[in-house]
Structure formats: structure tokens, C-alpha cells
Design a protein around this ligand. Structure first.
Ligand SMILES: [Ca+2]
Ligand SMILES: [Ca+2]
Length: 168
């Protein structure tokens, strides 16, 4: 499996965000967003999203063609809460799955591990991978936890299926 692009986009946003700090106006903005989207303020859970080639999937791509993976996160009213973040590739072999986790920029570890512990922030659509993949059936998971204990609990998760094929 090729090296996944890092989450530098998110790190960069986080730095910018923390230069300004989390203040009440930001939390209020999120509550307004929640109200406008029909959610009850105070009960608006974080909403992670992952897409492949702009689609929630499943998407089928030729093994020669690059696939673009983007993630975004609206932290809802949990903004600022410290949390485990994770971006995990699941490779299916029939009924068996192998997991690969991005644990730091350009560093993938076998198994299920968080990327980092970091407060929940608004992440606009950010590309985290754009390359071809070896043929196979993949499910890519992006999400955050309601805690920061160093384990992936998968409290709020989104997934996308990517089928990489030898297309005619
Ligand atoms: Ca999605
Ligand atoms: Ca956790």
C-alpha cells in the first residue's frame, strides 16, 4: 500500500485556529449552524465526512487512476473537546479485514490507531490522499471520539467504500 498523504491540511488549520483560540463566538456560530440545519442546539454531535472522488461511495476506480480522498468535520457543540482523531484504511480479503492507520504525516501503522489527540475543530473539506491504489476492496474510515484516551473508539465515524479494479 502506498503512503497516504498526510493530514498537514488539518494541522495547518489547527495552528491557524489556535492562534486565534477557541472563543465563545465560535461556539455560538456552531450552535447557530446547528439550529439552522434543524438540529437541536446542545445536541448537535460532531459530523465527520469522508469522500472518494467527491462521492460518499461506493466508488470504483481503475488501479491506474488516482483516487482523491477528502475529509471534513463539523465539530458541532463538542467544539474544543479533546478527542482522538483517526483515519484508517480497511482492506478486505473476503470475510477478513486488514487495517492500516495513519498515525502521523507519511507514517502508516498496521492495525487500528488514532492519528492524534487534538481538540475538535471545524475542518473544511481537505484532501488527505490523491494517488493510485493497488487493486482491492477498501473501506476508508474517518472519525473522532468523545474522548482522548489514545484508543480508537469510533464514537463519530464516516466511511467510504473504494473498489480498485483492472478496468477494461
Ligand atoms: Ca461521506
Ligand atoms: Ca478514544
Amino acid at each position: 500500500m502506498k503512503t497516504l498523504k498526510n493530514l498537514a491540511g488539518i494541522s495547518f488549520l489547527a495552528i491557524i485556529f489556535f492562534m486565534g483560540g477557541i472563543d465563545n463566538s465560535y461556539i455560538k456560530t456552531n450552535s447557530v449552524y446547528a439550529a439552522e440545519s434543524g438540529q437541536i442546539p446542545g445536541l448537535f454531535d460532531p459530523n465527520p465526512d469522508i469522500k472518494a472522488n467527491g462521492s460518499d461511495g461506493p466508488v470504483t476506480v481503475d488501479f491506474n487512476d488516482p483516487v482523491s480522498i477528502t475529509v471534513s468535520l463539523n465539530p458541532g457543540t463538542a467544539v474544543g473537546r479533546n478527542a482522538d482523531w483517526f483515519l484508517i484504511a480497511e482492506l478486505h480479503f473476503g470475510p477478513i479485514s486488514k487495517f492500516f492507520s495513519i498515525v502521523s504525516p507519511n507514517n502508516i501503522q498496521f492495525g487500528i490507531h488514532p492519528y492524534w489527540q487534538f481538540p475538535l475543530i471545524l475542518v473544511p473539506t481537505t484532501e488527505v490522499f490523491n494517488d493510485s491504489l493497488p487493486p482491492g476492496d477498501y473501506t476508508l474510515h474517518f472519525g473522532v471520539d468523545d474522548n482522548a484516551n489514545g484508543n480508537v473508539d469510533g464514537t463519530w465515524t464516516d466511511s467510504v467504500d473504494v473498489l480498485v479494479r483492472f478496468l477494461p
